[in-house]
Design a protein around this ligand. Structure first.
Ligand code: USQ
Length: 405
């Protein structure tokens, strides 16, 4: 297949590009390199040293013999170029990662909220409009998030995207299938909730074939392909905005930094290893909906864990200290989470669950590149509201002198 990977330079995008290329697909990366610009804005860098996208592609050709094509394009602002590109290349499938994906970044300031909404919603809508205009029948696979469901305790398993409800009508009770009601917990998660409505409309109105993957928190760093050459290494975010919880605990342990648990750590979240993430995309590609079908929604996760249990697990493995900090986010202190993922299991996914070996692998990578870590960028200081900002801890290590007055 000819596959366009939008956002193919990112944390899950890059290993996906390699995974699909290794299977013999013709892969085109479309990316505006915004993630690299955001690193520059924030003054942080990936824990792992990343080469330019052009250099990464060159190395992959050396290692595998397969060509990767890179196109520098901003989906959110360059609609005409996107339409022309689609008309020229006519991909069979499109994988859409090209959105700002960090909740804390999306909540930093009003400017970051506006950027996240403009970027994510325009990118998605431009793509949908261009597909209709060019008449290309590509299967669109979008990376959504488990966060669209929200994190209140439901008391039942979260279904894969749709909910059967009963409504009272004058002629009696009627069954209806609806999109599971969204309850986003950040501006970022809100954009993924809005994406769902865009997809519903374009599938129904224009017969676009769309799969939406509601992915959990991705952990790990290497996949089979990124291991093949040191210059194919994946990016690894550790900072308070882009680092995600389990990967952060693992690097914190590696540099003897207290594990930064927000609140009581009673938050339960869904997780998936990066190797499974790329495998799920392969499975979803092979299971495309037909024209006229509703949007196909998968829950792309393999296990759920409570944040404090993860901290205890990592502490037990490494001897790290655990710091319980005031939560910079507005979220439930404690929640239960049960999630259905029957569809991927039915397609043959064999989940990689938290295993000591894979956890240690991340700690080893972190130790190797520890000299690249700026400890002052480890705390999560992006607050969800102005009130919460007053209680954010900027120095979980307790290194700075404290005022006694
Ligand atoms: N947390 C801590 N300590 C930390 C960092 C996070 O206790 O140092 C807590 C957070 O307060 C939150 C939980 O861990 O309760 C998860 O935070 P996270 O940063 O690992 O994940 P999140 O912000 O939800 O976002 C990440 C990805 C996003 C993806 C989402 C999947 O950045 O792109 O959509 O995971 S999900 O969480 O299932 O919505």
């Amino acid at each position: 297949m000819r596959i366009a990977v939008l956002g193919g330079d990112g944390f899950v995008g890059w290993p996906t590009v390699l995974h699909l290329s290794a299977q013999g697909h013709e892969v085109h990366i479309i990316d505006n390199l915004s993630r690299r610009w955001i690193d520059t804005e924030l003054g942080v860098q990936s824990l792992t040293p990343m080469d330019s996208i052009q250099e990464r592609c060159r190395i992959w050709k050396e290692v595998s013999g397969q060509v990767l094509n890179f196109h520098l394009l901003n989906l959110a602002t360059e609609y005409e170029r996107l339409r022309v590109w689609l008309a020229e290349y006519r991909p069979d499938a499109i994988i859409h990662f090209a959105e700002q994906r960090a909740a804390p970044y999306s909540m930093k300031t009003d400017r970051h909220k506006v950027y996240t909404v403009n970027n994510n919603i325009n990118a998605t809508h431009n793509l949908l409009a261009a597909l209709v205009e060019t008449g290309i029948d590509a299967h669109l696979v979008h990376l959504g998030t488990m966060g669209v469901y929200g994190y209140s305790t439901v008391g039942a398993a979260i279904p894969e995207g749709y909910l059967d409800v009963k409504i009272d009508t004058p002629t009696g009770e009627r069954g209806l299938e609806i999109l599971y009601p969204t309850r986003p917990g950040s501006v970022y998660h809100m954009t993924k909730s809005l994406d769902q409505i865009l997809f519903q409309f374009y599938a129904q109105n224009d017969g676009l074939r769309i799969t939406d993957l509601h992915q959990g928190i991705v952990w790990g760093t290497h996949t089979d392909q990124t291991r093949r050459h040191v210059q194919l290494i994946n990016r690894f975010d550790y900072d308070g905005d882009y680092g995600t919880v389990l990967n952060r605990f693992l690097i914190q342990a590696a540099i003897d930094y207290p594990l930064t648990v927000h609140g009581t750590g009673g938050q339960t979240r869904a997780f998936i290893h990066i190797q499974d993430s790329v495998r799920c995309i392969e499975l979803a590609l092979a299971d495309a909906p037909k024209r006229g079908d509703r949007v196909k929604i998968f829950n792309q996760m393999t296990e759920t864990h409570r944040v404090r249990d993860l901290a205890q697990l990592v502490a037990g493995l490494t001897g790290a200290r655990v710091a319980y900090l005031p939560n910079p986010r507005k979220e439930a202190d404690e929640n239960e989470l049960v999630v259905k993922n029957d569809q991927f299991l039915g397609l043959g996914l064999q989940p990689i669950t938290l295993a000591e070996g894979l956890l240690s692998e991340v700690v080893d990578v972190a130790r190797k590149y520890a000299h690249r870590i700026d400890r002052s960028r480890v705390p999560a200081v992006s607050a969800w509201t102005k009130d919460i900002a007053n209680r954010v801890v900027h120095d979980p290590e307790g290194k700075k002198l404290r005022s006694v007055s």
